[in-house]
Design a protein around this ligand. Structure first.
Ligand code: NDP
Length: 279
């Protein structure tokens, strides 16, 4: 039987994951199927049980299923345990289901390998304190930035994350209003504001000289945050398409034991949208 993989989410019809994984499979000459299934939260367990009991090898889980996937896994990678969210499930040879979170390493690889943006010794601002921030914090802290500030509209959520991850590095929480007078070398937008073409209320002069901006969200046009980064003269103002491809590559490696080349896939997906050269 051909090895089978899928992405579960709700909604799922615009997911680029099937295309990305099919491109990886073609490139690495792997015989597999990868489908997308619309799975609302209430059906997650039944659908996952059904997928794995019919021989499914691995699942990607996206909004709103990452916390449910975390509870579903029989055992967890260290980074998934810390993030309390799972985007990749893998059936092991003994039948147990491993849960991993490849979002953070996807972001770090896109920043450091694809754009040569250094994280060590940098002052980093993360906007948002939801599931995506949970997933990226440990891999970013492992790069030893000099400081991370987490700013969130609901301050208490930023406080919780700063406390939970405090042992891993120099971490502080804030609300948006208290960011005035601070400066950062990298600002990561991990809010979902861009999905509704909105921007968190950011003070002027937040960026140091040569600072970069990165929006985890991605679209066919520059997001509100990418446009803001360009207006603030960021060295790079990027969206999360590269992270999407890199997190998929890390999942593919976990499942297949082969690291696919990400650059041609990113280049192909980028060529199909219309972004100005500075973003
Ligand atoms: P969550 O729903 O868990 O969290 C949303 C966060 O955004 C919260 O902190 C929320 O603040 C904040 N927020 C929402 N709207 C606004 C607004 N108008 N102004 C300010 N803050 C706002 O979402 P996720 O963490 O799962 O996802 C965040 C983003 O990351 C999404 O755009 C998602 O698409 C993207 N993502 C991209 C990936 C990639 O591979 N490129 C992978 C994973 C995520 P509050 O707590 O106050 O409600």
């Amino acid at each position: 039987m051909i090895d089978s993989y899928a992405v579960f989410g709700h909604p799922i019809n615009h997911s680029k994951s099937p295309r990305i994984h099919r491109l990886f499979a073609e490139q690495t000459r792997q015989d597999l199927t990868y489908t997308a299934q619309d799975v609302p939260s209430k059906n997650f367990k039944t659908s996952a049980d059904n997928f794995f009991s019919h021989g499914g090898n691995g699942l990607n889980c996206t909004v709103p299923l990452k916390e449910l996937a975390w509870s579903y896994a029989d055992h967890l990678s260290d980074r998934a345990r810390l993030s309390k969210a799972v985007n990749t499930l893998a059936r092991q040879p003994d039948g147990r289901i491993l849960g991993d979170n490849t979002d953070g390493i996807g972001l770090v690889n896109d920043l450091t390998l694809n754009h040569a943006i250094t994280l060590s010794n940098q002052r980093i601002l993360i906007l948002g304190a939801g599931g995506a921030t949970r997933g990226i914090l440990a891999p970013i802290l492992a790069q030893q930035p000099s400081q991370i500030v987490i700013a969130n509209r609901t301050r208490s959520k930023a406080d919780t994350l700063a406390t939970e991850f405090a042992q891993l590095g120099n971490l502080r929480s804030s609300d948006f209003a208290n960011l005035a007078q601070m400066q950062f070398d990298l600002i990561i937008n991990a809010t979902s504001a861009s999905l509704s073409n909105q921007l968190p209320p950011l003070p002027a002069n937040l960026l140091s000289a040569d600072a970069c901006c990165y929006d985890l969200a991605y679209a066919n046009e520059p997001t509100a945050f990418v446009r803001w980064g360009i207006s603030q003269h960021a060295r790079f103002s990027l969206d999360g398409l590269g992270m999407l491809v890199e997190q998929a590559a890390a999942a593919f490696k976990l499942w297949r034991g082969i690291q696919p080349a990400t650059s041609p896939v990113i280049a192909l997906l980028n060529s199909e949208r219309h972004l100005p050269p500075s973003s």
